[in-house]
Structures are given as structure tokens and as C-alpha cells.
Write a protein that binds this ligand. Structure first.
Ligand SMILES: [Zn+2]
Ligand SMILES: [Zn+2]
Length: 421
């Protein structure tokens, strides 16, 4: 069986606030270091980027592309993100949506359809449009029924299907009679599968995880692991089928951030450095205890509001499983007591990749022996083992501020210690 790690949501250099390094050959290279086998082309609605895609890629298998010069094993899938801002049912909705296209021809037609409706696709790799999520779905399916829409980072406050300040309470409120065409949602960094599974309304929805990378080093910080019988099966339609079915023999697991690390896990007010639990927020009447402005309600709170069961009531063994990781640069930085972008971390990281293998192999599979003989500080192995077993202490992120994870909790035992504050 062939296992492939797939990241369906990244951005190109044409998206706002994204690294200039995000070009296809460099993306391919970064994926090999990370261990991502198939990655989103990103931003296919942007004309200059679409040219870059056509110039650099050639179809390798149906709907799956590779670099023309064959310099990399990385494969690409046509996937992008759009931003819909529109008024619907008495409220302004702001939704980010991941769109997967079956082939270049379909992308061309889709881009033309957007331009015909007056959408400005030229100014941003993630274009903003006044069309509704449902209208986009209709346009896509009319062009080619094999298109797929996945609501992005479903729970973030500002731009998401269930966002507290932007979305809906139910998929049906958004997509109405087309709701059955939505088969998967992206959990985003601030939520994990157990949180999502507290909503029985999502029992038929498959949860996918992607990086939403804005720079090369963030590619694959979350991902999906799929299994195929032979190389011919690694094609667009089959990937779509596996994702839509959530078949546990094929969709092996997702790779997750600890959701506390995400920027919108807890409630709070960043300017005042105030971080609150859902209960504390309710007691404070949704106002910041310091400045009395409105608090930003985080993902944990929002899930709590919409959930109809506790985590222990989630049906067992029917959903795609998940594994938690902490990015290797973060782990090394933690052990060394320096920032993850420091030179010292980079040196250790590069050496480990060279001697042991790609980052996902190191984080998820490499043996103690393999790792221990290739690190300069034994605590790196300890920290990796801790992240594998969930023996970490977490401090939740809030209102745009990333959370923190302590990967060397002294004396912590072998259970996931969800300590938030
Ligand atoms: Zn987004
Ligand atoms: Zn405040």
C-alpha cells in the first residue's frame, strides 16, 4: 500500500501577506523536506499564477501534476482558496472556501466565469468576491461536477462557515438544497477533530486538515494521510472519492496542530493581553475586563455554543483518526531555548533532515535509535516522544495571538495535559 501525505491548502506569492519564495519549484523542494507528497498548486484563479502553473507543471496522472523538468518527486493538485463576502439572511457573511479543480481546462472555465460576473481575480491570489458560497458552488458544478468545495478553517471568527463573526450555525443555512454537495470541512489550526465531532450535525462530514501556509516553512503543518493500492490510483478523482467517503481503510489519519496552539482557540482581547475560557467570557458579558470592548470569541467557545454532545459521547471508531504534531523547528527551539527561526535551530534541523529523513518521518515514525544518534541534545528525542504521546502542556492562543506548547513538561505523566491557562 502506498501512503501519501497531502496538503490541500497553501498560498502563492500572489496572495496577500505571503512570502515571495512561494513559487512552484521552491514549493516542490520544501515539500520534500517536510514529507508532503501532494500539495495544492494554490491560487489558480490568479492569472499570472495560473500562467506560472501552466508553464511549470505537466499532468502526471489524471488531475495530478509534476514539475516539467522532473526535478522533484512532489506532485501537485489544483486547489485554491477564495473569499466570499456577501449579505445573506440579514447578515454579512465572510467565508473562505477551498476549491479543488479536476483539471486545467476546468480552472480556465471557472476563472472566465468569475471574470464574467465582474470578480476582480487579478489583485490577490485569494480573490475577494461578492458572490455567495452557494453561488460559487453552483458555478463550479455547472462547469464540471468533479469540482469540490471545502469550507476553509471552518471555525475561525472572521472568515469561516461557522465563524462567530462571519458564518452560519449550520451548513444548511449556507448551502440550502446544495448542502449534500459539501462533504468535507477543514478543521483549521485552532480546532481538532474531537472538538468538531461534538456536533452530531457533522457526523456525515469528513474533516480534513491543511497547512494554509503563507511561507515555505509552514507547508504541511497540518495534512492528510491517504492510502492507495498502486501508483495509477493516485489521481484526482480517487483522492476526491477518498476524502468524500471518509473511508478509514483509505483515509488513514489527519495530522493536526494541538488546537491550543492556533491563534483563535480561546476567547480574549489581544491589545489588553486578556485570554479567557468560554465560561469566563460569558460571566464577563462578552466584554474585555480591562477595556470593556467586545471580546473576540474563539473557536473553543464557538464549538461549545453549537455542540450537542460532550467529547466522551462521540461515537468511537467510525471517524478518520488523527495524530498531533508540533513543528520540528519549534521543538528544537524549545529545547535550545531560542526562537524557531534562529540559526542554531536551522543548523540542527538541516542536520536531522539530512541524516534521518523528512520532517514527518522524524515527527511520526523514526525510531528512538535513529533519532538519538543524529541529535546534539538528547532532549530533542524526549520532546518528540512527548508530542507523539500527548505529554505536553498547552497554553491556548486567542484573538490572533498564537498559543504555546511546552514539549518538556517536567514530571508530567503520559496523558494529554490540556492545561489552558
Ligand atoms: Zn483563509
Ligand atoms: Zn481589552
Amino acid at each position: 500500500m502506498l501512503q501519501k501525505i497531502i496538503d490541500l491548502h497553501i498560498h502563492s506569492k500572489y496572495s496577500r501577506a505571503c512570502s515571495k519564495d512561494l513559487e512552484l519549484p521552491k514549493i516542490a523542494q520544501a515539500c520534500q523536506i517536510k514529507g508532503v507528497d501532494i500539495v495544492a498548486t494554490a491560487d489558480f484563479t490568479h492569472p499570472a499564477w495560473f500562467e506560472h502553473i501552466k508553464e511549470n507543471l505537466i499532468e502526471d496522472n489524471q488531475g495530478i501534476y509534476r514539475l516539467k523538468d522532473n526535478s522533484s518527486l512532489t506532485r501537485f493538485i489544483l486547489s485554491t482558496e477564495i473569499s466570499c463576502i456577501y449579505k445573506h439572511k440579514e447578515a454579512v457573511r465572510r467565508l473562505h472556501l477551498v476549491l479543488l479543480a479536476p483539471n486545467l481546462k476546468a480552472v480556465e472555465k471557472f476563472n472566465q466565469a468569475l471574470e464574467k460576473r465582474g470578480v476582480n481575480i487579478r489583485s490577490d491570489g485569494r480573490p475577494i468576491m461578492g458572490l455567495s458560497a452557494k453561488e460559487i458552488l453552483q458555478i463550479m458544478l455547472a462547469i464540471d461536477p468533479d469540482f469540490m468545495m471545502i469550507p476553509a478553517h471552518a471555525w475561525t471568527p472572521w472568515f469561516a462557515i461557522f465563524g462567530s463573526k462571519s458564518g452560519y450555525d449550520r451548513l444548511e443555512d449556507c448551502f440550502e438544497e446544495l448542502t449534500p454537495r459539501i462533504r468535507a470541512i477543514e478543521t483549521g489550526l485552532s480546532s481538532d477533530p474531537p472538538m468538531n465531532r461534538r456536533l452530531s450535525a457533522l457526523d456525515k462530514i469528513v474533516l480534513v486538515s491543511n497547512s494554509d501556509a503563507h511561507s515555505l516553512d509552514k507547508i504541511g503543518r497540518e495534512a492528510n494521510v491517504l492510502a492507495f493500492d498502486n501508483p495509477k490510483d493516485i489521481n484526482f478523482l480517487n483522492i476526491k472519492k477518498i476524502i468524500e467517503s471518509g473511508d478509514r481503510d483509505r483515509f488513514l489519519h489527519t495530522i493536526e496542530f494541538y488546537p491550543e496552539e492556533g491563534k483563535y482557540h480561546c476567547d480574549g482581547h489581544r491589545d489588553c493581553r486578556v485570554c479567557l475560557t468560554p465560561l469566563q467570557t460569558k460571566k464577563a458579558n462578552y466584554l474585555c475586563p480591562k477595556c470593556k470592548k467586545k471580546l473576540t470569541v474563539g473557536v473553543l467557545h464557538r464549538v461549545d455554543d453549537l455542540a450537542d454532545r460532550n467529547e466522551d459521547a462521540i461515537p468511537k471508531n467510525i471517524f478518520v483518526p488523527h495524530k498531533y504534531i508540533v513543528p520540528l523547528r519549534e521543538i528544537i527551539g524549545y529545547v535550545f531555548g531560542v526562537g524557531p527561526k534562529s540559526k542554531k535551530v536551522d543548523k540542527e534541523y538541516q542536520n536531522m533532515i539530512k541524516k534521518i529523513g523528512h520532517e514527518f518521518f522524524i515527527l511520526l515514525s523514526a525510531s528512538e535509535e535513529q533519532i538519538k544518534k543524529n541529535i546534539s541534545d538528547g532532549n530533542i528525542w524526549l520532546a518528540i516522544a512527548n508530542t507523539r504521546s500527548g505529554n505536553v502542556i498547552l497554553k491556548g492562543g486567542y484573538d490572533g495571538e498564537f498559543g504555546q506548547v511546552n514539549v518538556l513538561p517536567q514530571g508530567a505523566n503520559q496523558v494529554k495535559q490540556k492545561k489552558l491557562f
